[in-house]
Design a protein around this ligand. Structure first.
Ligand code: AMP
Ligand code: MG
Length: 328
């Protein structure tokens, strides 16, 4: 295995190589005005799965997609009055907008963790801009550190922390203050602040006035977005650790082992015939959606190992299988 290549962020050739690496589905860390981001092609679910694997996150948080300019970002979501005003006022800058995802958007289901909304940002700073412009599509970029470690503010931190999982680290020197972007949800009737950050509530209020809701104020309330009620869950029951398939069930398999009774299945999908957990993560949300739409009476899921990304996959499946209330 190879260590990441650390290349100067202000070098044209390095930017071109980094954009190529993103196109190839590899990870590229780059400096933003907040901290170093761990970048991947948001439209490539395998690349997005590598981000979760590299960070060692035990569950799938939705990720923020980054763009070179406002027009490119706007193509991916429905921008109402509030979102338009905020984009005009603060982009490029440390503000993330959550909006309804456009049908035409290529941002993967995995990047959105199955939500119907997308989180979009146009970061400030020449290095990030150069990479995003050269790549030309949405780039997810959570902080470039292993889950639970401090955010990386130098290229050397990134390389030391994430090692060979990253193909290229663009070195733009130490990043600034390291405060995260403020996240404003503009997908509902009134805008809500989901995460406080570099842009203050007062600044948002000044731009939105009455369009900003007051009933949000609790910091960290959305700390676990996987728990949000709007999170995608199949409409039919989900049965885990299925070693046999019942008549009329849709079957989700993993690897080469066939459960008994498979001939009774209404539909069969395999998350990864070779037993590759990254491939399985990449396919998970789309397979759940497709089987749900196919109209089976229930979904039975074969056992999936609890190692590596398996932990996040099983976490998501347990949520899909849990009884849910029909509340907001
Ligand atoms: P980061 O780790 O900086 O990429 O930030 C990811 C955070 O953005 C998540 O943990 C969520 O809090 C938030 N987020 C991303 N997408 C969405 C979404 N569609 N709806 C609500 N919050 C989101
Ligand atoms: Mg972080």
């Amino acid at each position: 295995m190879t260590a990441p290549r650390i290349l100067p962020a202000n070098d044209r050739e390095a930017i071109a190589l980094a954009a190529d690496a993103l196109r190839a589905g590899d990870l590229v860390a780059f400096p933003t005005e907040t901290v170093y981001g761990l970048g991947a092609d948001a439209g490539d679910p395998r690349a997005v799965a590598k981000v979760y694997a590299a960070k060692g996150r035990p569950s799938f948080n939705p990720l923020i997609s980054h763009f070179a300019d406002t027009a490119s970002a706007q193509a991916h979501g429905a921008f109402g009055d509030a979102a338009m005003r905020l984009a005009d006022a603060f982009w490029p800058g440390p503000l993330t907008l959550v909006v309804s995802r456009n049908q035409a958007s290529n941002i993967s289901d995995l990047a959105c963790a199955g939500l119907e909304t997308v989180a979009l940002r146009v970061p400030k700073g020449a290095d990030a801009h150069a990479l995003l412009a050269a790549f030309g599509g949405p780039v997810v970029a959570p902080s470039a550190n292993r889950s639970g470690y401090v955010s990386a503010t130098t290229a050397q931190h990134v390389a030391g922390d994430l090692g060979e999982a990253v193909a290229i680290v663009l070195d733009g020197g130490p990043t600034g203050i390291g405060i995260e972007s403020t996240i404003v949800d503009c997908s509902g009737e009134r805008a809500r602040i989901l995460r406080s950050g570099a842009i203050t509530r007062e600044q948002v209020r000044e731009v939105l006035g009455e369009l900003l809701s007051d009933d949000d104020a609790h910091d960290g309330e959305i700390a676990a977005p996987g728990m949000m009620a709007s999170h995608y869950a199949p409409s039919v029951p989900v049965r885990l650790d299925a070693r046999s398939i019942l008549a009329g069930e849709a079957a989700i398999l993993f690897g080469g082992t066939e459960p008994s009774g498979l001939e009774n299945a209404a539909h069969v999908a395999n998350l990864s015939t070779s037993g590759d957990l990254i491939e399985a993560a990449a396919n998970l949300f789309t397979v759940l959606r497709d089987l749900d739409a196919a109209g089976a009476r229930a979904i039975a899921v074969a056992p999936i190992p609890q190692t590596g990304l398996g932990e996040a996959i099983n976490d998501r499946l347990r949520r899909a299988a849990a009884p849910r209330d029909s509340g907001s």
